[in-house]
Design a protein around this ligand. Structure first.
Ligand code: GRF
Length: 201
């Protein structure tokens, strides 16, 4: 069974979607560690409620990103982690983690990449006046939200939407496609070919 770690910084609703997918048998995997860079992140609470090991690693205790990531890496290795999921993790990864887990780190982004990378993507999309918004699961590489795309889902923008109502509907879709993408990964059905990810049926 695949051993997964989830890196978080906040409320952890995507973490919850992965936990639920494992508990209801959709995903044949195990979450070996949840790691947060924020002590009060509700995601840590969610992990503990499900008997999952929850780690707070304080970045302020490390003089550099490299040393901080070495500490994160130690937890990953100690727990035999094979796949790392970023789920609302608010830090850009450096080479320590990227090189150790090349093509084994996924992220969920609340926009149809390559449009609207970076922070507050739903607000950026809404403010731009898009008619179709959505979310993306992608591999993580050195670029900002620019790694090969695994799955995307569209959400129509309604006339009476606000940035918040739109973000809520995008989030519902995030909770569906993240477990779907993880399932494809753990079943070895993702093949990276340059920028493209081929899904093996
Ligand atoms: C989600 O919108 C995700 O797409 C983005 O950060 C948010 C995290 O939400 N990367 P949650 O902590 O999973 O509830």
């Amino acid at each position: 069974m695949s051993s997964i770690a989830v890196l978080v910084s906040g409320r952890g609703s995507n973490l919850q979607a992965i936990i639920d997918s494992i508990e209801n048998g959709y995903l044949k995997a195990e979450i070996s560690a949840v790691i947060s860079d924020v002590e009060k992140a509700y995601a840590l609470e969610r992990a503990r409620k499900h008997g999952i090991k929850a780690f707070f690693i304080d970045p302020r205790k490390f003089p550099s990103r490299e040393l901080y990531e070495q500490e994160v890496l130690k937890v990953l290795i100690d727990n035999d982690v094979e796949l790392v999921l970023l789920a609302g993790y608010m830090r850009i990864l450096g080479k320590t983690l990227l090189e150790a887990y090349r093509n084994r780190i996924l992220n969920i982004h609340p926009a149809l990449l390559p449009a609207f990378p970076g922070l507050h993507a739903q607000k950026q999309a809404f403010g731009h006046g898009v008619k179709v918004a959505g979310c993306t699961v992608h591999f993580v590489d050195e670029s900002l939200d620019g790694g090969p795309i695994i799955l995307q889902r569209c959400v129509e923008v309604k006339e009476d939407d606000t940035a918040e109502t739109l973000a809520d509907r995008i989030l519902e879709q995030e909770h569906k496609i993240y477990p779907e993408a993880v399932k494809l990964f753990v079943e070895n059905r993702l093949c990276i070919e340059g920028r493209k990810v081929r899904i093996i049926s």
